[in-house]
Design a protein around this ligand. Structure first.
Ligand SMILES: CC(C)(COP(=O)(O)OP(=O)(O)OC[C@H]1O[C@@H](n2cnc3c(N)ncnc32)[C@H](O)[C@@H]1OP(=O)(O)O)[C@@H](O)C(=O)NCCC(=O)NCCSC(=O)Cc1ccccc1
Length: 544
């Protein structure tokens, strides 16, 4: 990463491990998602959806992150949305990646955004990602001559590489504005509307069915204006910031569009003289033109109409039932695990609310049933690692300093260890602010918590009572939901001179195993020179 605030290579902003947690297969390829998507498909699928990806910067500010992380999160949002649309069989997805107006932002941010877009697109067109899986053609629409040469060449490479793909199309609009698109088309078409439409940048795409804007803002922002108005697109504003957009926002968008389509269709059938709205005309125009006059006459006979109407009623009832089911199911624990809604960011450690939150959790911790049992068991002694250390020392530690806050690791771990230190049971709370996939605790944090817990058991069993992690192996058995108490039980397996082998298991309060670990800790050769009292204090040895 460079020292500037907008590095040109972004892989280091959100680590690859985190990125892969958002990967397509984890998102919508499990059986529950497949059932949901195939049910949704029965209500009709739009051919073309446009997205105004708004809110990356507000998302970053709301989560106290650097703006670049907001943009990085925005790319993950795009990937998630694209995955959903492709699995639904939407033929064309258009996204507003960069407005010509955005060139007015700082040069650093512009450069960063351009590189992010071209690098990430390059990335998803390779390595067997969703673009290849769904055979997607990528088209870059906009005033490309305004792009930096390197970025333009990269984007042209992506277009060239995917030009023969015919599964679906992803229109990346950058740098784009509707006014620029229309004035360019107008320049070559004069007053001829057909020539004008042929020269629009989206002329290769089907009519726009839905235009979605994130972030709760009701504005077109100069995006696909002609397409939206001319084709009577269904315009929907969702409240989530773009990086937070997910299935809980996309499903209602689709259900709304289906509902609108059915009601237009039914009202056209019952009131044929009433003038159809642009959208209903567009939605059913193909069907109408395909019907020959003779067939149309037959369709207007009462019997046929009854059959067709009942089909719509059954379809409508099914979808409404499905919508009701989905609505009423949110948020059961299984669905919140799969499709967690965005939570507010962690509270500050110094704020009154933050302090109250930590106190509340501490009280809950003390009365947990297994804690009560351990407190009563004379084989175990209780300790609070780091609790006796002064703040000047803890402030630079990872778990007792940087991560000790409401919403992260709000409490000092509570340890119950056997008197011979061959086993320790650590109870702690993991908050919502330590996730990779939203709502699911980051795997790297789980490794850290294992390391901490295992270190204590290992080190207290080493001859010099000091040691470092030489090897740590973690098996992740089940996703760990954030915002809950967890228990890590570590056990000494073997002591061998300067080496201590330990293992551990992480469970929730119901006893479900989420991860296991094995580790080797080694006492460094010159450890006798170190100040061991600090270490013993940090580990909470002998009840300290
Ligand atoms: C000290 C040592 C691990 C080993 O150096 P030396 O003593 O010079 O090693 P030497 O060559 O004499 O070998 C002795 C024996 O050990 C064996 N063996 C050695 N290595 C491995 C291995 N990887 N894997 C398997 N075996 C290994 C080797 O074969 C030999 O076996 P033998 O006796 O022939 O049967 C060194 O590599 C080091 O400092 N690494 C960095 C550690 C570090 O920074 N860790 C992270 C920060 S600490 C932390 O976070 C903890 C914490 C958490 C929470 C709270 C507080 C604390």
């Amino acid at each position: 990463m460079t020292s500037t605030s907008y590095p040109t290579l972004k892989k280091d902003i959100i680590p690859e491990a985190t990125l892969s947690r958002y990967s397509s297969k984890q998102q919508f390829n499990d059986w529950k998602s497949r059932i949901l998507i195939s049910t949704l498909k029965r209500g009709g699928v739009p051919q073309h959806i446009g997205f105004i990806m708004d809110g990356n910067r507000r998302f970053a500010r709301a989560h106290n992150l650097a703006i670049k992380s907001g943009h990085e999160g925005g790319f993950l949002g795009l990937r998630r949305v694209l995955e959903f649309c492709l699995r639904l069989n939407v033929r064309t997805v258009s996204v507003y990646a960069f407005s010509i107006e955005n060139f007015n932002r700082g040069a650093e941010e512009v450069e960063y955004l351009m590189n992010l877009a071209s690098d990430k697109l390059d990335e998803i067109t390779q390595y067997g990602d969703i673009i290849q899986e769904h055979n997607v053609r990528i088209a870059v629409l906009g005033a490309k001559y305004l792009l930096d040469d390197d970025v333009r060449r990269k984007l042209e490479g992506i277009e060239e590489r995917t030009k023969d793909n015919d599964g679906a199309t992803l229109n990346i609009c950058m740098p784009y504005t509707s006014r620029d698109e229309m004035s360019s088309a107008m320049a070559v078409s004069g007053n001829d509307r057909k020539v004008f439409e042929k020269n629009l940048m989206t002329s290769h795409s089907p009519p726009l069915d839905i235009l979605v804007r994130s972030s709760g803002v009701n504005r077109f922002s100069d995006y696909l204006m002609y397409q939206a108005v001319h084709h009577g697109a269904h315009i929907q504003v969702v409240d989530a910031y773009w990086p937070d957009i997910g299935i809980s926002e996309l499903v209602p968008v689709l259900l709304n569009w289906q509902r609108m389509r059915w009601s237009s269709s039914l009202s056209n059938r019952y009131h044929p003289s009433s003038s159809p709205s642009l959208s209903s005309f567009r939605t059913f125009s193909t069907q109408h033109t395909a019907v020959k006059p003779q067939q149309r006459q037959q369709q207007q006979q009462p019997q046929k109409r009854t059959v067709s109407t009942s089909a719509y009623l059954v379809g409508g009832t099914l979808t409404l039932a499905c919508g009701y089911l989905l609505g009423s199911l949110y948020p059961p624990s299984a669905l919140t695990l799969l499709y967690p809604s965005a939570a507010p960011g962690p509270l500050s450690r110094e704020s009154a609310e933050g302090i109250a939150e930590m106190n509340r959790l501490e009280k809950e911790l003390q009365i947990l049933p297994h804690i009560q049992r351990l407190k009563a068991d004379r084989n175990y002694y209780e300790s609070r690692p780091y609790a006796q250390m002064d703040e000047a020392r803890t402030v630079n530690t990872l778990t007792a300093g940087a991560l000790r806050a409401p919403g992260r690791l709000p409490l000092a771990p509570l340890v119950h260890a056997l008197h011979d230190d061959s086993e320790a049971i650590v109870t702690l709370h993991v908050g919502r602010g330590v996730c990779g996939h939203d709502g699911i605790v980051h795997g790297g944090l789980i490794a850290t918590l294992f390391d901490e817990s295992l270190a204590r058991t290992a080190i207290l069993n080493l001859p010099g009572k000091i040691g470092v992690t030489a090897k740590l192996e973690v098996s992740y058995r089940a996703p760990l939901r954030a915002d809950q108490f967890i228990i890590i039980k570590s056990t000494l397996e073997k002591k061998d001179g300067r080496k201590a082998y330990v293992k551990a298991e992480l469970t929730d309060l119901d006893g479900k195993v989420h991860a296991q670990a094995n580790a080797l800790f080694i006492e460094p050769k010159y450890s006798f020179l170190a100040n061991k009292s600090n270490i013993r204090q940090a580990l909470g040895a002998d009840g300290k």
